[in-house]
Ligand binder design. Sequence first.
Ligand code: SF4
Length: 698
Amino acid sequence: MNIRPKIETRFSACPHDCPSTCALEIEKIDEYTIGKVRGAKANTYTAGVVCAKVGRYAERIHHPDRLIHPMRRVGEKGSTDFQRITWDEALDETAEALLKAEQTHGSEAVWPYYYAGTMGLVMRDGIHRLRHAKRYSGMYDTICTALSQPGFMAGAGALRGPDPREMAVSDLVVIWGTNPVHTQVNVMTHAVKARKDRGAKIAVVDVYETSTMKQADIGIVVRPGTDGALACGIMHVLFRDGHADWDYLEKYSDCPKEFEQHLSDKTPQWASDICGVPVDQIEAFARHIGETKRTYIRLGYGFARSRNGSVNMHAATSIATVTGAWLHEGGGAFHNNGSIYHIDKSLIEGQDVRDPNVRYLDQSRIGPILTGDPFDLGDGPPVTALFIQSTNPVSVCPEQDKVKQGFARDDLFVCVHEQFMTETARMADIVMPATMFMEHDDVYQSGGHQHIILGPKIIEAPGECKSNHDVVCELAARVGAEHEGFSKTPRELIDWTLQASGWGTVDELEEKQWIDCQPDFNRAHFIDGFRFPDGKFRFKPDWAGTRIRPFMDRTFGPIDQIPAMPDHWDVIENADDDHPFRLATSPARSFLNSTFNETKTSLEREGRPELFINPKDMTELGLDEGRKIRIGNKRGEVILHARSFDGIQRGVVIAESIWPNDAFEDGRGINTLTSADQPAPNAGGVFHDNHIWIRPAN
Ligand code: SF4
C-alpha cells in the first residue's frame, strides 16, 4: 500500500521585486521538497491570491539547472565552461582577488554590487556590511525607485498614504502606470471588490492597453513620458469646472491660487497635443474624478521610468490634493509605504562603520563605469573587482553593449553568487551557488501594503548552496573585515533589527507570521498635515532638497530646469526623423525583471521577444504580422519580431521584457537600446524613454 507523505503547510513571504510582497502558504512535502504555493488567506492584503508565476514556484526552486556547486571559469568569458571547485577554493580565490584589487588601486576598486533578486532585509542588504567594513565603493541603487519616489515625496513629504486595502471601499480606483494583472496582483483583488460591492469604476492609465486595462471600465492610453501633461489637463478641468476643494486647498496646500493660474493654459487640448489622449476623454475622466470624492489613485513605478518621471509622479499625486480626495476613506493617492516601517538596519548594513568619504557609484551606470567613463570615475580608481549578489546586470542594466564590454575586460575580476547560470554569471571568474528564499531565514517589508512578514527557512537547499549572509560572512573573515554582524545568524539579525525598530522580537513575529504596521487614518491620509513644517502639500516643491537616500548628499541631472509646478517637462528622448518611434520596455506577465526567465512555463507562455506596433504603423512600414525586424538607436541594435497591436498610439512601440539576451537572434537584449543617462533630481533608470528606428531584418 502506498503511504502518502504528510504535507505540512508553512508560511513565508514572496521575496521578489514586486510591491505586493505576498504572504504565502507553502506546502512542505519533505525536508527538500515543496508542493503548491498559495496566497495566505488570513493576510488582509494578500487575501489568498498570488500571481501565477509564484503559484508554480516548485518549478523554479526544484529546477534541474539550479547552481548547486561553486565553480571556477576555465573557458572564455561568456561561455558556460566552468569547473567544479570546493567552497574553500571559491572563497579563497575571491578573497585573494578582492585583496589584490585593494592593494593595487585602493579599496574603492572593489565594487560589491547587488539588487532585488531577494527583497529580504538580511540577504539583500547584508552586502553593505562587507562594503562599509572594508571601505569598498558604495552602490547608489537607482534602477527601480529613484525616479518615482522623489516625485511622490516632493509633494507629500513622506512615502506613505491611504491604506491600500481602502481601494475596496473606493468609488473610483485609478491605476496609473502599473500593470497589476501581470504582477502585484492584489491591487486587482481590492479594486475588483470595490466594483463588485459598491459599483466602483476602475480606470487605468498606461502607455498601452495592458492586461489590467482590458479589465478596466476606463482605459487611457498615453504616449510614454507625457503623464505630467495628462495630469495637468485633468487638473485644469477640475479647477475650471468647480471640482477643486478650496477649503481643503487653502488649509493643506502651499500655493493653490498660483497653481490654478499656472494651469490656466494647460487645457485639455494642450494636454491632448502632448499625450495623445483625445480631448473628450480627458474631459470625461477629469469630470469623473471631480465628481467622485472617494477616488483612490494607485501610482505605480512604470510611468516614472522616464527622464521626466519624478515630475510626472508629482503631477499625478497633485490631483488628489486639488480634489481633497485625501480626506475620504477610499480616497487619496498612494505610491509606496516605505516611510511607515522605520526599520533600523544599522546592524544588518554595518552603518556604524560606514566612511562617508567613500565614493558611491550609480548602479544603473555599470556599463559606463566598467568601461572607464570619467563622468563616473572622476579621479578615482577603476573598478577592478566585482562581487555580485541577487542581480543580473548583463541582462537588466541599460546600455548593454557597454555592460558586456566592461564585463569582458581582462583586468576585471568578477565573483557572482547566484541561483542560476545567468548571463552575468557566465561572465564571472568564480560562480557560487545561492539559496532561494524558502532555504534561509529572512524578513520582508512591503512597499505596496503595510506588513512586515517573516520568511523562515522551510526546506534544505540543494547541493552546496549557501545563503547571501553566509557568503558575506565567510568572505569578510578572509578579507579582514570586522563587524559584530558577521558573527550573528540571520535569525539573530532579524531579532536585533525588529527590536531596535520597535516591532518586538523574532519569536513574537514567528508566532504572528506578520505585523500590520498601517498608520492610523489621520496619519495615512495626511489629515495631520503633509510632512513639511507647515503641513502643506507642495505644488511648488523643493526639488533640490528632495532625497530618497540619506547617504546621497547631492542631486543629479538638469535639476535647475525642472518646472516650478506640475507641467510637461520636455526632456524625454523624443521621436525625430531618424528615430520615429518611442519605445517602452514594460514588464512581461511571466517574468519579473530577469527572474523566472529560466523556467519552462514562463518561456512557453511568453513565446518569443516581440515588438507591439500599431497596425497603421505596421502598414506604413510595410511589415506583416510576425516579420523579423531590426530596431535601433545610437546605443545599438536589436532583432525581434513585429506584432500588430491596436491598443497603442501611433509612433509608440512596446517590447514586453525582460527576455534573456540569448532569446534574441544575435544575443543582444532589449537593454541594448535603453539609456544610462542620469535624470533629475535623484537619477534613476529611464527604461521607458527611448527613441528608435524600425527596419525589416533579413
Ligand atoms: S504578485 Fe508579486 S509579491 Fe505576489 S507572489 Fe507574485 S511576484 Fe510575489
